[in-house]
Ligand binder design. Sequence first.
Ligand code: UT7
Length: 343
Amino acid sequence: MEFVSETPGQTASKQLQQPAGILGIGHAAPTRVVTNEQMEQLVETSAEWIESRTGIRERRLADENVCSSDLGLEAARQALSDARLRPDEIDLIIVATLTPDMLMPATACIIQEKLGARKAGAFDLAVACSGFVYALAVADQFVRTRAVRNVLVVGADTLSRVTNFQDRSTCVLFGDGAGAVVIGPVEEGSGILSFELGSDGSGGDLLIIPAGGGKKPGSVYELTRPECCIQMEGKPVYRFAVSAIGEAAVKALEKSGLTADEVTVFIPHQANLRIIEGAAKRLGVPMERVFVNVDRYGNTSNASIPIALWEARQEGRLKKGDVVVVVGFGGGLAWAAAVLRWS
Ligand code: UT7
């Protein structure tokens, strides 16, 4: 067995590090519930097909005047109150979203202003459905290095704005929502223990919104709206998802020195129950230790993991000392996992 010793410099720099963890959680979901039976009225599908292939029974869709920043703001306020922090105690706001209110300004700046977080820097982070876990990893760096004290991480998406409600292969899958966490200093040995980030741009075409960016500006393509919406090749994305979740989780666990047996709650991105079951099996974590709420929300992209964290805590499933693994995956293709010890 190879023994790798640390230099005095490495030991000193570790001692200077400040462990970072979740101080507060919030969530927001539109009140309008759309059931599978209602989806039957929109496209040629059946409630039975949707539930048996995806586990989804209903999703929540935002009204036309509600944007990602509105849902994100509500979740952010809850998270701050949960963390018992004032808005001016937030140093940085990161909003993970693939449906920003506008291309400019950043949705993070809109939330910063409405929240009254007058001392906070703010930026958006776009890695499709993996964004929230990437944002956790970024926040961890800022707190761990003591560059800032408290970071607000918001995952907010209104996928209904980029959904083609004539395409049955995608429109039954998505929902709207937001979740938020405050990342700040926690005691040694708890908080974010490790993470694993990955990407494979060769699969970019498998899950794509072709228009609306610089290549095909939205204004030009407005008449061909499907190009402004999510297009997906479900089967290869499904295969990618099952293996990416398992591998990312294993690598993140290795980095934290833990094994799958020690995982108390496994929270993968909520896209499809069959994907979650397949990934849990690969990882060797029984379904009793997996958190699932895709049945009630559908795939809410960046919001799915923080909403699940919020619900898991509400249900009493997150206790001090628990090992929690979160894994995001999606367009990019990209994936991200993080291991936390609940504090
Ligand atoms: O966060 C982003 C990550 N995205 C995902 O994780 C999604 C990954 N993919 C999936 O979850 C699954 O591939 C789907 C749920 C999208 C599809 O399930 P599937 O078991 O892979 O079905 P399929 O695409 O192979 O389609 C099977 C059949 C097709 O008909 P034929 O060609 O066999 O006659 C489809 O046309 O089901 C048909 N189909 C539908 N039928 C009723 C597709 N969508 C629907 C629908 N209702 N909504």
